[in-house]
Design a protein around this ligand. Structure first.
Ligand SMILES: Nc1ncnc2c1ncn2[C@@H]1O[C@H](COP(=O)(O)OP(=O)(O)OP(=O)(O)O)[C@@H](O)[C@H]1O
Ligand SMILES: [Mg+2]
Length: 403
């Protein structure tokens, strides 16, 4: 009887919520709350299948997963498998189970995790993850509640025809497919990138994290045409660009790519303005060098040489130099590493503004995980592979970061 009452209460709550809510993200956010309340779980996440690819994206959640989304491929890993399977599954201590070590959603798992599919007889929509119920174990009643709530959510999604487009209107600008990079180390071949698949979208800020030596700069150099892959395919706006001629490569670097490095590498014998003009002159559709200098707030330093500028000022000249050619992609390799907090934050605000105003794509390598909070997506490289990818549902503004 008590169980029936619990069950009925849960169903009543979810029905009430679904009836008054027509917007997918808020429906699912409210559903997480109801699921947690009625199963006594400590954290929960909803993964939803996107319409544009075969991945599931973390779209709503509550727990230490921080509001950062994670995406997984349908049919791969625990969440991807439950999506394609029929039943819900219970997993214990996934963090210590070698079977799950490489799953990108692993950091969202609890000690005990229940994965329940959201599906109707006609369609599959996603997977709900619930972790660590208060009374330590999932009871049959918890599972029954989770299953039924998930079915009701799925029916509602189907009934209202709600769709989830994680990258609605977004165009792929560069794609890597199976990129392998080897270096010769004496007589030995060292494989540094071991098969990278990555789509980079127009107008996104993509942050790349990973330990020193894992291949971040190598990947950036390959994307920017500064280095060639040993194997694999590169697509630029959908067209194959795997074996360009030197001429094509030079044009690509000139028209597409702006680089910002950790070390400022300005020309020492040119002033701030001349450093920018120098690049503008070799660009096809340059913006105004003076305006770029104004934009990075260095109007007064136009005639100053690099040696008489602070690190932060030099870095801002580098940013002006990278954007003056109006590139489609800016590659930034640890642009704030050598700067103090305030100067670093100013540089990030500038990068944020470029992404927003010019719809430029920025790929930024950093060791600072705080910076990942302002990204639209975060990928982590580990040992030459992408070990996780997260979609950030609500990126922070650079001015709200602190480290
Ligand atoms: N030109 C090269 N010749 C030989 N080995 C190289 C070359 N460039 C990079 N490597 C090796 O490839 C590995 C990855 O280097 P990479 O610079 O991409 O790392 P990273 O992730 O950017 O590291 P960090 O965070 O320290 O900048 C390293 O072990 C490095 O020694
Ligand atoms: Mg590096």
């Amino acid at each position: 009887m008590a169980n029936d009452m619990r069950f009925i209460t849960a169903v009543w709550q979810i029905m009430d919520e679904l009836q008054k809510n027509d917007q997918l993200e808020s429906t699912l956010a409210a559903s997480v709350e109801i699921l947690l309340q009625n199963t006594g779980c400590t954290s929960g996440y909803i993964f939803m299948k996107g319409t544009e690819d075969d991945r599931l994206y973390m779209i709503a959640g509550k727990g230490s997963g921080d509001g950062l989304g994670i995406s997984v491929k349908a049919g791969e890993g625990p969440v991807g498998n439950v999506f394609q399977g029929k039943e819900c599954i219970l997993i214990e201590n996934a963090a210590e189970d070698p079977e799950y070590q490489n799953a990108s959603e692993i950091e969202l798992f609890g000690k005990k995790t229940l994965l329940t599919p959201m599906r109707t007889p006609h369609g599959q929509f996603g997977v709900v993850m619930l972790n660590d119920p208060e009374d330590d174990d999932f009871t049959a009643e918890d599972i029954r509640i989770a299953e039924n709530i998930c079915s009701l959510i799925a029916l509602d999604i189907e009934d209202k025809g709600m769709e989830f487009r994680p990258y609605k209107n977004k165009k792929q600008i560069v794609s890597l497919r199976g990129i392998i990079k080897e270096f010769m180390n004496g007589d030995e071949v060292r494989r540094v990138l071991k098969g990278i698949d990555l789509d980079v979208y127009e107008g996104e800020l993509l942050v790349v994290l990973g330990e020193s030596g894992c291949g971040k700069s190598t990947m950036l150099n390959i994307i920017g045409g500064m280095d060639r892959a040993t194997q694999g395919q590169i697509l630029v706006e959908g067209k194959d660009f795997s074996s360009p001629s030197e001429n094509e490569l030079t044009k690509f670097r000139r028209d597409y790519i702006g680089f910002i490095f950790q070390s400022y590498n300005l020309m020492p014998n040119l002033t701030a303005l001349e450093n920018i003009e120098f690049i503008a002159e070799i660009s096809r559709h340059p913006l105004s060098s003076q305006e770029m200098l104004d934009m990075v707030d260095l109007s007064e330093k136009a005639d100053t040489y690099p040696s008489a500028m602070s690190g932060g000022q030099q870095q801002r000249v580098c940013i002006a130099r990278a954007i003056v050619k109006d590139p489609r992609i800016i590659l930034a390799d640890e642009p704030t590493a050598a700067l103090d907090f305030h100067t670093g934050q100013d540089v990030l605000k500038l990068i944020e503004r470029i992404v927003r105003d010019r719809k430029t794509t920025v790929i930024m390598v950093t060791h600072n995980i705080e910076i990942a909070k302002m990204a639209n997506r975060v990928i982590r490289l580990k040992d030459g592979m992408i070990s996780s990818m997260r979609v950030n549902l609500s990126p922070l503004h650079a001015e709200d970061l602190s480290w």
